[in-house]
Structures are given as C-alpha cells and as structure tokens.
Ligand binder design. Structure first.
Ligand code: FAD
Length: 380
C-alpha cells in the first residue's frame, strides 16, 4: 500500500502555518479554527473522498487517512473539519442523482459545509435504535421534533445528516427499521436551535433542539425506514479516519517526549537515559506501530469493498488506546512541564482522550467484536 508521501509532505507544509501557538489560542478561547479549515478547504483536502465526477479529488480512504494522521502528528486537530470528508458518504452512497448533483459539487468546492452529523440523543446514548427524535410526513415535508446531543460543528455547518424516527419503535417489524436519514439545510431553519456545550477540549460540539422543523421530503436520503443501515455503512469510514488521527496523536506525543527526554538533564544526565523513561516510550512506539498496521489493513479492506466492520472497529479501538498510552508516557516524561500549556502536551492529552468515547466507546467496540467476531451472545 502506498504511503502517500506527496500528500503527507503537502500537509506538513500546510500545518507549518498553524503551529502550537495557533492551536493554544483557539483552545484557550474555545474558538473554531476557521483559518485552518479555510486552508484545508482551499487546497482541496476536505473534498479528498468526493469522486471527481462531482468535483472532488476521488482519492481513496487511505489518502484521507494520511491527511488526518499528518495534521495530528503536527500537533493540530482535524476534528474541526474531518466530518466534511466523510459525512457526505451517506449522500454519495444512498442519495438519489438529483440530491448528489445538487449538493456534492458545492460541497467539493467548499461552498457548502456538510459536517454536522446528528445521531446521538441524550436519552438513548449508545443505544441508537432507541432514539426518539420523530419525523412525521406532512404533505411535501417532514416535520421534525426532538433533540440531539453532541452534534459537533453544527454552528460551522450549512447542512446536517440527521437520523430520525419515522415509525414508532413498537410498530416496526425489525428493530433496525423505522429510522430515516435526512439532509437538513440548517441555514435559516425555523424551529431549530443550537446550544453549544462547553467541553474539556475545544471541539465545537452542541445540543440541538427541533421544534416543528420542516424538511422537504425531497431531502429524505434513500428509502424511508432504512436509515439505520445507511448510517452504519458510513461508520466504518469514520472509524478508520479517526483511528488515523489517533496514530497521528501518538506520533506527536512520542516525537515531543523523546525530544524532551534527550535534552532534559536531571542528576547530571539526560532523563531519556533512564529505562524508567525509555521503556514506556518504547512500549508506546510498539503499540502505535501495531495499531498503524491494523489501520492500514482496515483501509485495504474498506477500499476493496470487503465488509470491514471488524477491522474498522479494531483499528479505532487499538489506535485510540495507542494514542492515549503515548499521551500518558509523554505526560510522565515531561514531568511538571507536561502541565504547562506552552508545551502542547496537556492540550493534546485532553483532545486524544475523546477517542475512547466517541464516535463509539471502547466498550461498544468490544461488545461488537465479542458478538460478531467471536460468536458470543449479544450482551445488550
Ligand atoms: C466531544 C464529543 C463529540 C461528539 N460528536 C458527535 C457527533 O458529531 N454526532 C453524534 O451523533 N454524536 C457525537 N458524539 C456522541 C458520541 O458518539 C457518544 O458520546 C458515544 O457514542 C457514547 O454515547 P453516550 O455519551 O450517550 O454514552 P452512554 O451510551 O450513556 O454510555 C456511557 C458509558 O457506558 C458504556 N456502556 C453503555 N452501554 C453499555 C453496554 N451495553 N455494555 C458495556 N458498556 C456500556 C459506554 O461504553 C460508556 O462508556 C460526540 C461525543 C462527544 C463527547
């Protein structure tokens, strides 16, 4: 598999304009990194996965992984924009020709932002099939009432891919039926209110309230009632891309920690000469390298059209563990200075912790592997 050296070098050049000071200032102000997202958009990276017939670059998932990995390895954070890469996949795979022609070229040009993905709800959490937001057909529209939580980037997105219930749960033949996907235009959307949630890292996430929000029936993606399958089919790409970000985070931690360990002199010698410092870093390197291979394998399977659920989930699980362990080793290596914002370790430590919870938590991945790979009884 190609390593996309050209792409990596281009991203490293782009990220050089967005050093630690930039990300620290955004973090302190809880501000959206608009300049960084504009640069990514301008250079076409956010349209990497859109086929060329719609004006995108038509690159494979592994190329998009290289983009996100390098952003994170540089100390940046792709979460501000990564969803612009993959949320459109639902529209691409399941939308009709008119929907694709209307939206995909404008998304590829960066004129329309589609980076809000409304699935999680406060009362159902990981149990997506129990979500309650209702979409009821009324003439040429659907009328939506309910609430989403943790809808990231909604304040910086024009469109949202929304999963809502169109048939009450107790009236469906199969438990996975009755949910539908809509492409919601959030601009001037009567009845929609967005409330930012303050979180431990700068993530731009929100709670969204739908009060008789009307969405044209023409914006229903695919067949009514089949939406859960459409959302699931996009989750593998999301998990693999986020796994690549975690690999980038692990590389960042290792690079910074090893540099510090070589320089920092205590008791008359570099701290990196002590095995107590070396071994956690060496172990983190080994874990990152192993996870990186699993991410590459998941990409290969995804790109060849094989079912990649187990691989995508495993990649995300192992990469999130690897980044967290590398972060932990970096925290210990830098000692007191790890806690100083100027070193960027504490910021990245907070940022990378998310990936054991979102977009799917570690326990739910383990439950998936236990059931679908190991053939154990479903536990929930
Ligand atoms: C910063 C941030 C950004 C996010 N962005 C988005 C977004 O853009 N769009 C979106 O739709 N969602 C988003 N999410 C939501 C995210 O996907 C959920 O937080 C995640 O899926 C877990 O759901 P929950 O928080 O409701 O936890 P819960 O489902 O309440 O689970 C809490 C804990 O219990 C565990 N648990 C639950 N059930 C079981 C079980 N049966 N067995 C074992 N353990 C179990 C979970 O693993 C978890 O550790 C985001 C979340 C955060 C924090």
């Amino acid at each position: 598999m190609t390593d996309f050296t050209d792409i990596r070098e281009a991203i490293i050049r782009l990220c050089a304009d967005f050093p630690g000071e930039y990300w620290r200032a955004k973090d302190a102000a809880r501000a959206y990194p608009s300049e960084f997202v504009a640069a990514l958009t301008r250079e076409g990276w956010l349209a990497a996965l859109i086929p060329s017939e719609y004006g995108g670059s038509g690159l494979p998932l592994s190329a998009a992984c290289a983009v996100l990995e390098e952003i994170h390895a540089s100390g940046g954070n792709g979460a501000a924009a990564h969803a612009q890469m993959y949320v459109m996949g639902t529209l691409l795979r399941h939308g009709n020709d008119a929907q694709k022609a209307r939206y995909l070229p404008a998304i590829a040009r960066g004129e329309l932002r589609l980076q809000a993905f409304g699935v999680t709800e406060p009362t159902s959490g990981s149990d997506t099939l129990s979500l309650r937001t209702m979409a009821v057909r009324d003439g040429d529209d659907y009328v939506i009432n309910g609430q989403k939580i943790w809808t990231s980037r909604a304040e910086h997105s024009d469109l949202m891919v929304l999963l809502a219930r169109t048939t009450p749960k107790d009236q469906v033949a199969k438990r996975t039926d009755g949910l539908s996907v809509f492409l919601l235009d959030m601009r001037d959307c009567a009845g929609l209110s967005i409330r930012p949630i303050d979180t431990m890292m700068n993530h731009g996430t929100t709670a969204i309230f739908f009060d008789d929000v009307r969405v044209p029936a023409a914006n229903l993606i695919g067949t009514e009632g089949q939406g859960f399958r459409y959302i699931l089919s996009g989750m593998n790409a999301e998990r693999i891309l986020i796994a690549a970000e975690c690999i980038g985070d692990a590389r960042f931690f290792l690079d910074r920690a090893c540099g510090y360990a070589r320089e920092r002199q205590v008791f008359g010698r570099p701290i990196g000469q002590n095995q107590g410092i070396q071994f956690p870093l060496a172990m983190a390197h080994a874990r990152m390298s192993a996870a990186r291979l699993v991410v590459a394998d998941a990409c290969r399977r995804y790109e060849s059209g094989e079912v990649a659920g187990a691989e995508a989930n495993t990649a995300k699980l192992l990469a999130a563990e690897a980044s967290w362990q590398a972060g932990e080793a970096a925290m210990q290596t830098l000692g007191g200075f790890a806690f100083a914002a100027d070193y960027d370790i504490e910021r990245k430590f907070r940022e990378t912790r998310l990936y054991q919870v979102a977009p799917v938590s570690t326990n739910l991945i383990l439950a998936y592997l236990a059931e679908h790979v190991l053939g154990l009884p479903k536990s929930y």
